[in-house]
Design a binder for this molecule. Structure first.
Ligand code: AFP
Length: 315
């Protein structure tokens, strides 16, 4: 019978040795490898990614103690904002899915990096009101059983797992590719009564056909992460309360669309690609259909059908 304390000590040392043995590609090293450059721009971008990694570690640490600390639950961080660092503008949703915090379920952070254009003298950040192809990097952090950071600088999508024993994000999967088709559809069906008929047509279809499974976590980052790895589609249509959808273009839909296209998937408003949308205001909302190519196309087909035949006999 192994004495638990000694056993735990041995297990701890083994884990730490394994953590140091494997090829530890850290986040900042990977960014510089991806850039194949040590230019000032590359150094700035690597430094910015390192700061994002540090912020993620600080949030992960605070979340790991949620419930033990005053007001850690329902912690939402700053309002969704953007900040300027050197040559770059960073847009981020610091805690996406904050309503999950009160019940200790996963939440995430989403970020988008754009080149700063002009001097933004009036502070309007007008240079941010451009389509999503202007993004040079994007990613998210998923605070779950482990803390994962997933990012792209336009050369594939790569995931890192926070190793608490090292205090570093270590490369876990390179060049993630989403399946062209998948079984998951992720949507809040409680809003069915608020949707346009085309979305209802899609839901009726998946209810009547084999091979679909519903998963909805109430936090975009966790739902997106599941679909990125298993295939399928996440949708947040316009509703009575939010006719343009609930999700924000610049710091939710556009960064995830950047990642999804890098992973071989698609992201659409139902009418046009998310990355083609040019916002008129910083906090603009859009409907979002994002995931495997074939699953996104199926949802769009119901929208196209309804636009051709707007009035049909009710089901
Ligand atoms: P909260 O941050 O208010 O929890 O909203 C989370 C979110 O913006 C996104 O993460 C979810 O996908 C979506 O809202 C859930 O919205 P519904 O509760 O309307 O389904």
């Amino acid at each position: 019978m192994v004495n638990a304390p000694t056993g735990e000590a041995r297990l701890g040392q083994t884990e730490q040795v394994q953590a140091l043995d494997r090829d530890c590609t850290t986040l900042s090293r990977h960014v510089l490898q991806q850039l194949h450059s040590f230019s000032a721009d590359a150094q700035d971008l690597s430094a910015l990614m390192s700061r994002i990694g540090l912020a993620a570690k600080l949030i992960a640490r605070r979340l790991s103690r949620a419930g033990l600390m005053e007001d850690a639950l329902g912690f939402t961080g700053a309002v969704n904002v953007q900040g300027e660092i050197g040559r770059y503008s960073l847009l981020y949703d610091p805690i996406d899915g904050s309503s999950n915090l009160d019940i200790n379920l996963n939440v995430g952070s989403i970020f988008s990096i754009r080149k700063q254009e002009g001097d933004d003298e009036d502070g309007s950040a007008a240079d941010l009101l451009q389509h999503g192809h202007k993004q040079i990097a994007a990613g998210y952090v998923l605070y779950g059983p482990s803390t994962m950071l997933v990012y792209s600088i336009g050369q594939g999508v790569h995931s890192f797992t926070l190793d608490p024993s090292l205090g570093e994000f270590i490369l876990s999967t390179e060049n993630i590719k989403i399946p062209d088709n998948g079984p998951i559809y992720s949507v809040n069906e409680g809003s069915f009564w608020q949707w346009e008929e085309s979305y209802r047509d899609y839901i009726r279809y998946v209810h009547r056909n084999q091979g679909y499974t519903a998963r909805y976590g109430g936090a975009l980052v966790g739902d997106f992460h599941r679909i990125l790895f298993q295939g399928g589609v996440f949708l947040y249509p316009g509703t009575v309360k939010n006719p343009d959808g609930k999700l924000r273009l610049l710091y939710e839909s556009a960064p995830l669309a950047f990642l999804m296209e890098q992973a071989g998937g698609r992201a659409s408003t139902g009418i046009q690609d998310i990355l083609d949308v040019v916002p008129t205001k910083i906090h603009e909302r859009t409907p979002l259909i994002i995931g495997s190519k074939e699953n996104v196309a199926l949802v769009e087909s119901f929208i196209k059908e309804r636009s051709r035949n707007p009035i049909t006999l009710s089901e």
